[in-house]
Design a protein around this ligand. Structure first.
Ligand code: HEC
Length: 318
């Protein structure tokens, strides 16, 4: 007992030993080794301009704070709401895992823990500035001045037609096992993502989305046991722009629920049972830009027919 109280006393009276993470010394080398190659200022290679992936630069403090073409990626104090952190915690074979599988070494457990602590401590860059090339004149106090991309315009328009959304309103969805996050700061639009515990995506869990359906702009059900019937919820998510159903048992009949999603831009059906017949339900989606059909039951002929019906869409089948 004596020993225990002694060590407790020590822990309490020794804050001097718990120093904050030093970004430049401890975390920057990790980013430089594993992220910056793809996330840096535009540069020329073989006469072509290479742009940072997803518009995200990680070669400067201001750039990390400015975020990507989809908005903010880092929320000081809250790793759970920081896309930058979330991407390194996914299963390594997930499409969204960073760095992409096979392209650079994943972060080690110790590096992930360090990254998390750094965000929890306030995501302080210390004296590190990084590359000031391309820095807009007025990013000093807001982080909101990212160049506006087309999709951000879309989000803005969709958000404009919606009432505010409070976090309490999506509590039931989080409790059901999904990660719910705002598309950008203060936006009434959210993404709903079941990837961290796919087995929890039961029909009841997916049904909880009904409470916030018009606010859901991105839905990821990849690798979940989702069944076609559960997708009837999609008739209510009229502002959905991205839907990932890859590596599920979804088949043709399920796609009938998708035909109403006029705002849908991205649809991932990789590794599903969808065939050419089901693709006909997609002909009515004027804004569809990308469809993934790799390892589904669809044929190149079906993919071509879809591209003909939707000239703006890129249909990927291999
Ligand atoms: C080999 C190239 C490559 C490397 C290395 C890489 N990324 Fe990416 N990253 C991409 C591509 C491509 C995208 C866009 C596709 C996507 O969103 O998954 C992306 C997107 C992202 C996004 C999403 C931005 C948004 O809001 O849409 C984040 C966050 C991200 N990367 C963080 C990282 C981190 C952190 C590392 C290092 C641990 C890293 N990336 C390493 C290629 C890379």
């Amino acid at each position: 007992m004596r020993k225990l109280s002694l060590s407790l006393g020590l822990a309490v009276t020794a804050p001097v030993f718990s120093t904050a993470v030093d970004f430049e010394k401890e975390l920057l080398p990790v980013f430089e080794a594993k992220c910056v190659e793809c996330h840096k200022a535009p540069y020329e290679e073989n006469g072509r301009t290479k742009k940072p992936k997803a518009g995200l630069r990680m070669d400067a403090a201001w750039a990390i704070q400015a975020g990507s073409e989809n908005g903010s990626v880092l929320k000081a104090g809250d790793p759970g709401k920081s896309e930058l952190f979330y991407r390194v915690t996914l299963p390594h074979d997930d499409d969204d895992f960073m760095p992409p599988q096979g392209k650079a070494d994943p972060l080690t457990e110790a590096e992930v823990a360090l990254f998390k602590t750094w965000i929890e401590e306030g995501a302080d860059f210390g004296d590190w500035i990084g590359n000031t090339e391309g820095k807009p004149a007025d990013t000093t106090n807001s982080g909101d001045k990212v160049p506006v991309s087309e999709i951000q315009e879309v989000y803005k328009r969709l958000a404009g037609s919606l009432p505010e959304l409070k976090e309490e309103q999506w509590a039931s969805v989080s409790e059901a096992g999904a990660r719910v996050a705002r598309i950008s700061k203060k936006s009434p639009l959210v993404s709903v993502d079941f990837r961290l515990s796919p087995e929890k995506a039961t029909p009841e869990a997916i049904g909880t989305i009904a409470a916030i359906a018009p606010h859901v702009s991105e839905l990821d059900l990849s690798k979940t046991p989702v069944q076609g019937d559960s997708l009837s919820i999609l008739t209510e998510t009229k502002n959905l722009t991205r839907l990932n159903l890859s590596q599920t048992e979804i088949a043709d009949d399920a796609l009938k629920h998708i035909g109403q999603l006029k705002e849908l831009r991205y649809l991932n059906l990789y590794g599903t049972k969808v065939s050419d017949t089901g693709l006909k339900h997609l002909y009515s989606l004027p804004n569809l830009e990308a469809v993934y059909l790799w390892q589904s039951k669809a044929t190149p002929k079906g993919a071509k027919a879809l591209e003909k019906a939707l000239p703006e869409a890129k249909v990927n089948i291999k």
